[in-house]
Design a protein around this ligand. Sequence first.
Ligand SMILES: [Zn+2]
Length: 362
Amino acid sequence: MREPAGEGRLMVHPVDTGASEFRMLRSLSASIGADPLLVQGAGGNTSIKQAGVLWIKASGTWLKNARDDEIMVPVALAPLLDAVAHRSPAAETAGQFTLVDLNPRQLRPSIETTVHALLPQKIVVHVHCVETISIAVQANAEALLEERLRGLDWALVPYRRPGLPLAQAISERLKPATNVLVLGNHGLVVAADTVAEAALLLQRVTGLLARPPRPSPSPDLDALLRLAAGSDYRLPASAAAHAVATDLASCRIAASGSLYPDHVIFLGVGSVIAGPGENAAAVVARTGSAPTSILFPGKGVLMRRDANAGAEAMARCLSDVVARVDGAARVNYLSPKENAELLNWDAEKYRQQLNREGATLQ
Ligand SMILES: [Zn+2]
């Protein structure tokens, strides 16, 4: 376990520039949160370390609202790092380290707070960048990253559930100069000592990892509306969500399982694919459940009528990710055990509950 980013380090930089850095971080967070290729729904998070306090996005809130709403939660850094070092269950959600007096809305810190705490840099930005995820789900991700991130201080961290397991995996791979983490089947983290540097690094890495999505045929909206008739299903909010079904290579990739945690949390395990001639009602009858989304190969996607903004964002994200994975690529999927540990984790149940309530904390 590396030495924690102690308060000594933070005291070297007086807090006088703190207010403007904080403002700049909120502004950067809002612009990142408004880009669906970087952040979807309540995913992603940012943080700043000031005078021994880690200010981090609250669980279940949306980064795009960071400029207008108070969504940053103060967490005492030293005791949290101590808990991580001792693998204390208290580090799982970091909730008990929040500074109550500075947290009038009683928000919970992000479930990924430990990721931010472990990096010593002052500013940490974590995104579910689709360019990154499309590489981070591939079996040869390390080789692909070596090609593209040459010259940068990056590390690939194998998939672990957020919380303590992910914190431990990061600790094992972090070197003093590391400022880019690619999280397997998950996303990207960049760190820097100023907001401006973090923004530049994020731009640089996402640029290096970017590839054009595979073009996909247009959805067959008439057919989809016929397939939805008499059911509780409707068209998705974003036309971009259809590509995962209209492009058959993408559909095959999605059909084999769950690729990253927020898909499991907001859309369920894997993807439900309609069989030939099946309409939405027939899929519901066959599966004995009402999946949040149904993929109709060659035609497009239907969403359950009550699917909310978080689910809509994840439906589009799936299209954006798989369109960037080569049809012949070897893909790593979350295992049944990994799917189950996400769905049974109390911290994730809290995020699901906020999402069901219409993401009132957006
Ligand atoms: Zn994440």
